[in-house]
Design a protein around this ligand. Structure first.
Ligand SMILES: Nc1ncnc2c1ncn2[C@@H]1O[C@H](COP(=O)(O)OP(=O)(O)OP(=O)(O)O)[C@@H](O)[C@H]1O
Length: 837
């Protein structure tokens, strides 16, 4: 399968009816976002997906019209039942028998007929196929006759289609069992079976005997949502209008009253009642050209004969019956105004509750209770568990939350997308960014396809009223990023739960995640969560601190702290500091002290302070001493950074000027070239008047005074002299070591027939003396580091010559001069010994 087909298959399987973002699609197949996005666009052009929204864009599988679309509730209360029926239709081979259970008049036959039509439209049967019905009620105690009848239909070779066997509940359980067995053995005939019963079958034969029967349970009318019940009333009024040939006028109030009949459980009964009511109205005024049901008012709804009750008409009927449009619009407007005026969330909660009390959108308390329990459970999973926010247990609170969701559903199903959709959501996000983020997590779990609908943000004010203040008191965005399936999320859970507030978002990352992908997680989160007042804190497990900092800094220009080698204790400490509302600098500084294995960065580049880099080829020890000397002489505002020579090389190679933005000067012991516009001075050159003058100018420009600049240059000159070497050696006798160093240097001079200038000699004496002492105390022996590929004949000669030259000191001090040291020496000398170049 090609990647694009795989993507389509994955979406069709995992999100058959939902709208999803590009990221969700990318995660479903494990492709990058960029590739996924281009595939999704192609699929849309091919007519396989529907694209909606912008920032973010949503994608949804495009559906053909189905035979079920005729049924009221096809995308509401019947949605799951219809999915199950489709599974039975498309099951390979001969499909699967279906058993529909539901009280009288709940739509069993209607559903069975739709199954039949759907099978035709899917090409499983032709238009000539049949839909026959057998009513078991007629064969009470005459099971043999019933059996013959059923077998008769099934054995007609020419016949194809569905046999609908209703009222199964009147048969004895063994008889039901026989029918099920018979149905499941009809693989060679072209007849498929749909059974129906008005009550649960006492002995569940189809389960006991392992017959694969797809079961569907239909709810009674009073358990259906209000909009569906209104639609039924409309449907039956329409059929009366058609029949009588007259307009029917009904007030919204009366229409809702019918829809709310609590004692009518069956759709047929509702139909009968409406018929009787129309008959009564007709009897009163047979000669007028329109029937008036009860009293009419200025908002009355007119049902005209012979108009098909299309989906759009149903929704307009529902909205006008409930006055949904004006109510919802004015609520959205009031909320928007209240948010703009900076009123509290309690005020906004009040506005929503007021409307919920006006538009009582439900009559079934048991249904509402069930919904409330579901929302409570999902809130626990989506919010409390990961983010530590605990909601109150009060039943009345959850009842209102459920009511708000019912109202949201009613509006989003029946009203056109409100113009203010984006506005309200943006306002909520701006005013309550953290509460909004958590609420969105709940919506993603509960109603993913509705996260763009403004109406679904109405429950926000009801649910978040009590925790919002606490959530918004957090002024940082903190993220945990670790490799592995649960590491980040379990640290997150512990910290957020212990602190009782949402401080951290967590991302569990695959082992092979790239820095680019990590960056995407962070960027998406920062967009979704909105920027924080005080900055972003990112804790991660492993990887380059600098790279992470640099990459993330590109997506947000806010203060940024990145800390590596995260532990739960560290996250908890940062959580507590966030809770205390510490300033950024203090959190950043504290995070540098967690442990020796942890590092933190909170400024761009090498340092956030004005600095001088000191790097000596003869080891970081010498650099450290120089650092000390400079620190003692110049003002404390200047930072002196001692770097290993190799490290400096790598930094210069891999970074830009930005990285060294605060670096004023680099002091080295060799000539290092750099084109970054930073002054790089070989410290031995300060014996040169022009160089020492230049150094002095640099110090003055940095802001040092004349006195300390002069003093530093003086001290440096002393430091680099023979006297300086003496002072540096700690173990060996300086006279002996310096003599040895001088001998080595003159050996090189002799061999290569050159005369080194005094500055270079001083440098070499210092370098060699310190090297000998370093070798003496060093316990580690390095491997051979010479790379064959680098070995030119000259270098080879230099190495073999050096091993001869060093033999004497090696024996004398019982040391082994390592390859690395010879390499350094080669770098130091090559320009002076191969003078022909
Ligand atoms: N989802 C629906 N959409 C539109 N009309 C429906 C729907 N369900 C049922 N009806 C209508 O309700 C009435 C009763 O439905 P139906 O005869 O299918 O119920 P039933 O459960 O098979 O009844 P019984 O058990 O009495 O045989 C019919 O007029 C049917 O057209």
């Amino acid at each position: 399968m090609k990647a694009i087909e795989k993507l389509y298959a994955a979406i069709a399987q995992q999100f058959p009816d939902e709208r999803i973002t590009t990221k969700q699609a990318a995660d479903a197949v494990g492709l990058t976002r960029g590739v996924t996005s281009s595939y999704l666009s192609k699929l849309e052009k091919q007519g396989k997906l529907v694209k909606t929204g912008s920032r973010p864009v949503y994608w949804q599988i495009k559906r053909e019209k189905s035979a079920f679309d005729e049924l009221i509730g096809f995308h509401g209360s019947l949605k799951n039942d219809i999915n199950r029926a489709i599974e039975a239709i498309v099951y390979p081979g001969h499909g699967l028998p279906i058993l529909i259970i539901g009280a009288h008049g709940t739509g069993k036959l209607s559903l069975a007929r739709s199954v039949y039509h759907e099978a035709i439209s899917r090409g499983i049967f032709t238009k000539e196929s049949v839909f026959e019905t057998i009513d078991c009620g007629k064969y009470k105690n005459k099971f043999n006759t019933l059996q013959r009848e059923v077998q008769g239909v099934a054995s007609e070779v020419q016949k194809a289609g569905f046999l609908y066997i209703k009222n199964l509940q009147v048969l004895r359980s063994e008889e039901q069992h026989e029918l099920f067995m018979f149905a499941s053995q009809q693989e060679k005939t072209n007849i498929r079976f749909i059974f129906s019963a008005t009550t649960e079958l006492s002995n569940k034969n189809y389960i006991d005997f392992n017959c694969a029967v797809v079961q569907i349970r239909l709810s009674s009318l009073n358990e259906r949502p209000l909009d569906e019940r209104i639609a039924f009333v409309g449907l039956f009024l329409q059929s009366q209008a058609d029949k009588i040939g007259k307009n029917i006028l009904i007030s919204p109030h009366s229409l809702i009253k019918f829809a709310k009949f609590t004692n009518v459980g069956s759709i047929s009964e509702l139909n009968n009642r409406i018929q009787l009511m129309c008959a009564a109205a007709y009897a009163k005024t047979p000669n007028v050209n329109q029937l008036i049901i009860n009293k009419v008012d200025k908002n009355s709804i007119c049902i005209i004969p012979n108009q098909q009750l299309l989906e759009t008409r149903i929704t307009s009927l529902v909205t006008s019956a409930l006055q949904l449009g004006p109510t919802a619009n004015s609520l959205l407007e009031n909320l928007s105004e209240s948010l703009l005026a900076g009123e509290t969330i309690a005020e906004q909660n009040f506005l929503v509750l007021k409307v919920l009390n006006q538009v009582d959108t439900t009559v079934s308390d048991s249904l509402l209770k069930e919904l409330a329990q579901t929302i409570q459970q999902v809130s626990k999973e989506a919010i409390t568990h990961q983010y530590g926010i605990v909601f109150q247990k009060d039943d009345n609170f959850w009842r209102y939350v459920a009511l708000a969701f019912v109202f949201a559903n009613l509006c989003s199903e029946n009203l056109p997308a409100a113009e203010s959709t984006h506005k309200l959501q943006t306002q909520i996000k701006k005013r309550y960014p953290r509460s909004h983020y958590l609420f969105k997590q709940l919506l993603i779990k509960m109603a993913p396809k509705n996260i763009q609908s403004a109406y679904y943000y109405l429950p926000f004010f009801v649910l978040m009223v009590q925790c919002s203040e606490k959530l918004e008191s957090v002024h940082y965005n903190a993220i945990l990023l670790t490799h592995g399936e649960h590491t980040a999320s379990s640290i997150q859970q512990v910290v957020n739960t212990l602190c009782g507030n949402y401080f951290f978002e967590a991302f569990d990352m695959p082992i092979d995640v790239s820095i680019g992908q990590i960056n995407e997680y962070v960027r998406d989160y920062l967009i979704d969560q909105g920027s924080s007042n005080k900055g972003n804190i990112i804790l991660f497990d492993m990887g380059s601190l600098r790279e992470m900092f640099r990459e993330i800094k590109k997506v947000s220009d806010q203060e940024l702290l990145v800390v590596n080698n995260v532990t739960t204790a560290m996250a908890l400490d940062i959580g507590l500091r966030i809770q205390r509302n510490d300033i950024f600098q203090s959190i950043a500084e504290a995070s540098q002290k967690y442990s020796s294995t942890t590092d933190a960065q909170y400024y761009e580049g090498l340092s956030n302070r004005k600095n001088i880099i000191v790097s000596c080829m003869s080891g970081v020890g010498l650099s450290e001493e120089l650092k000390k000397l400079i620190e003692e002489t110049l003002s404390p505002s200047l930072e002196v950074i001692a770097l290993d020579y190799k490290h400096l090389h790598a930094l210069l190679k891999n970074n830009d000027r930005q990285f060294f933005s605060n670096t004023q000067l680099i002091l080295t012991t060799t000539d290092v070239s750099g084109d970054m516009g930073i002054d790089i001075i070989n410290i031995y050159n300060i014996f040169d008047k022009s160089v020492s003058l230049k150094l002095e100018t640099i110090f003055l420009q940095i802001g040092e005074n004349q006195k300390s600049s002069n003093l530093l240059i003086e001290r440096l000159l002393r430091f680099l002299s023979i006297e300086g070497i003496r002072g540096r050696l700690q173990i060996l006798n300086p006279d002996v070591v310096i003599q040895e160093s001088q001998d080595i240097v003159s050996h090189y001079e002799n061999f290569y027939n050159v005369k080194f200038e005094p500055r270079l000699k001083l440098n070499l004496y210092m370098h060699l003396s310190l090297m000998i002492e370093r070798m003496l105390v060093s316990t580690t022996v390095s491997e051979n580091t010479f790379q064959e590929a680098d070995l030119t004949p000259r270098k080879n000669d230099f190495i073999s010559l050096s091993s001869g030259i060093f033999q004497h000191v090696e024996q004398k001090f019982n040391i082994k001069v390592q390859d690395y040291e010879i390499e350094l020496l080669y770098q130091l000398l090559k320009d002076f010994i191969f003078t022909d170049k």
